[in-house]
Ligand binder design. Sequence first.
Ligand code: GLU
Length: 306
Amino acid sequence: MSVIPVGRFAPTPSGRLHPGNILCAMLAYLSVRSKGGRFLLRIEDVDVPRCPRSLARQCIDDLAWLGFTWDEEPLYQSDRTGVYQAALDRLTAAGHTYPCFCTRAQLMSLAAPNLGDTQVVYGRTCASLTPEETAERAKTRAPAIRLRVPDDEIAFTDGLFGPQRENLARDCGDFILRRSDGLFGYQLAVVVDDALCGVTEVVRGRDILSATPRQLWLQRLLGCPHPEYIHIPLLMDEQGRRLAKRDRDLDLTALAKRFSPPELIGVLAFSSGLTDEPRPMTLEQLIPLFDWSKVKRDDLRLRFAV
Ligand code: GLU
């Protein structure tokens, strides 16, 4: 039986699209369209206060302006909390979760080995509270819900970056599925939506590569198939600095004044290695030229000229 590939682009609309987002959308689109597959658009606005609908609509308009087409109505994660709650209930019923009452300050002071600036391995303070202790704490504080992770290596092969492995207990820790303010975490929402939409390939930035083992573990617990993962190199500006949402001169408001959609797509195709000069190209023209072997593995530089 041949399965029609399904790809997706899943932006978080907390600002206007920047070239890194557009590059990711472009590679996700070309990868699946070049195999005759379906392409979906999902608005990752679970963090509603940071992601107003106006920005989501702007993002959809921008993608349409650039020439993207998608096969179903865009999905808004903010509409789907019932679906995420149902998945969380299943995990809880199977004993995989526990409520965590730790405050941010406690987490920082108890931090086990550091995972960079913002992420720390949770020391499992609340992992073995008795039902009485849980009930007592719940009187004064709404808990976050954490997933118990195994002391075991989760391995996968990334389409561009090759074999990857992570011991979730050691390198990541029990992570949050639902925050104490009731908002669902990115990991659970992504896994549930990728599965329910039948996504077979996930193309996204290398900055999210380290989230993949957590998602593979959730897929296993929820009985969801594992999509293929292809993480793409980060796109730097012309000087080799990381692009950030604060770079206003490189968001679409500024770029749309300087470039037409084919000019912009042509620059990104050239910057990623798909073409050998930044000539104007439509997405449709790039489909027959697309091949992952042409995409560079090192950090990419935005290049407006040869
Ligand atoms: N929403 C994430 C972002 O905008 C992407 C998540 C994903 O593709 O899995 O960075």
